[in-house]
Ligand binder design. Structure first.
Ligand code: ZN
Ligand code: ZN
Length: 376
């Protein structure tokens, strides 16, 4: 195993990303070393690539990006107990403290001490990533190839937002068909929504929305009659549940207008700026339930994701626009920023599984690797 590796980094506080040589990560006593087989690009990476106001506040270069990934464990620290070399895994990207009020009351997704992999600590846009064993999620390789297994992390966000309310037999509007909106459509249908109306401004995303099970799609580019069109499609009534996944102020306004009296609006898309809403007309007089959600319930959403993806209920293959190599990263980011791609998946080791000699597939940790580069 080499001592250094190439990784996709935010090397300096400026726009863009660099492929540079970095040391292979050290493995602490409670960590595992994952040989990365696939890592997917996300909107968060796009913010960091652009070096927008949010990234300038939160990111401290040099940093290796990448928080959505899967691969194989090739080294474990001395205190690791539940995983072993050879395990095929993905990981929860939020490393939480386990001791704060939120962590101790089952709300770890709101832990104020969270460290996000690829945001607050080095991530998986590299051949190897070291993460604490407690965030590891074991997967079934026969059911989830690497390109799909890496999507479990963002998919969990959609599971959280969508399954937070009972959608069986309900009419649902999904506003915004980026990856999370598209996941949402599949999940809403899987749990029994009777109709799913999807909106976006990109025709190719609306095609994907239909593929994921949307009953009707609406291109809202340059139009101000979206509420009327959805109400008409829903038999003259407002919809039972709105899932706002875009963060666009116009979509948020549409959401509050198109929901029926007594319905539910879930706000999940993140607006860049404060948004004005008519609270009296569109919330109070409608007796609405409004849920503002962020993140995913750890690890509840992972179990539901296992059912939906490993169980073959939802097929995410159509949502993978392309797989890329390291040198294509900046082009891929351009593509994402134009809205021309859904999920782009990086293959840091050329998409090949690791070659682990049988004698190293131990069920017991190897104390020799603690705190130092892993040998196998
Ligand atoms: Zn992400
Ligand atoms: Zn905590």
């Amino acid at each position: 195993m080499p001592e250094t590796m190439l990784a996709i980094c935010k090397a300096k506080p400026e726009p863009g990303l660099e492929v540079r040589e970095v040391p292979r990560p050290l493995v602490g006593p409670e960590d595992v070393l994952v040989y990365v087989e696939a890592a997917s690009l996300c909107g968060t990476d796009l913010h960091i690539w652009k070096w927008d106001a949010w990234s300038q506040r939160h990111i401290h270069p040099p940093l290796t990006l990448g928080h959505e990934f899967c691969g194989t464990i090739v080294g474990v620290g001395e205190k690791v107990q539940h995983t072993a070399v050879g395990d095929y895994v993905s990981a929860e990207s939020h490393v939480t403290c386990g001791m704060c009020y939120q962590c101790r009351t089952g709300q770890a997704h709101m832990c104020p001490n969270t460290q996000i992999i690829g945001v607050d600590r080095d991530g998986a846009f590299a051949p190897y990533v070291a993460v604490p064993e407690k965030v590891i999620w074991k997967c079934d390789r026969s059911k989830l190839p690497p390109q799909i297994a890496t999507l479990q992390e963002p998919f969990g966000n959609a599971v959280f937002a969508t399954m937070n309310q009972d959608l069986a037999g309900q009419s649902v509007a999904v506003l915004g068909c980026g990856p999370i909106g598209l996941f949402t459509i599949g999940i809403a249908r899987a749990v029994g929504a009777k109709a799913v109306f999807a909106t976006d401004i990109h025709p190719h995303r609306l095609d994907l929305a239909s593929m994921m099970g949307a009953t009707e799609v609406f291109n809202v580019a340059g139009r101000d009659d979206t509420v009327g069109r959805i109400v008409e499609a829903n038999g003259g009534y407002g919809v039972d549940v709105v899932l706002e996944m875009s963060g666009a102020p116009s979509a948020i306004t549409t959401g509050f207008r198109v929901v029926r009296n007594g319905g539910t609006v879930v706000l999940f898309g993140i607006p860049a700026k404060p948004v004005e809403i008519d609270v009296a007309e569109n919330m109070i007089f409608k007796n609405l339930t409004v849920r503002a959600l962020n993140g995913r319930r750890i690890f509840d959403t992972w179990y539901k994701t296992r059912w939906l993806l490993e169980g073959g209920v939802i097929d995410l293959k159509p949502l993978i626009t392309k797989t890329i190599d390291f040198d294509e990263i900046n082009d891929a980011m351009e593509m994402l920023s134009r809205g021309d791609a859904c999920k782009i998946v990086l293959l840091p080791n050329g998409g090949k599984p690791p070659d682990i000699p049988e004698q190293h597939r131990a069920r017991t940790p190897n104390p020799n690797i603690t705190g130092s580069p892993v040998h196998r």
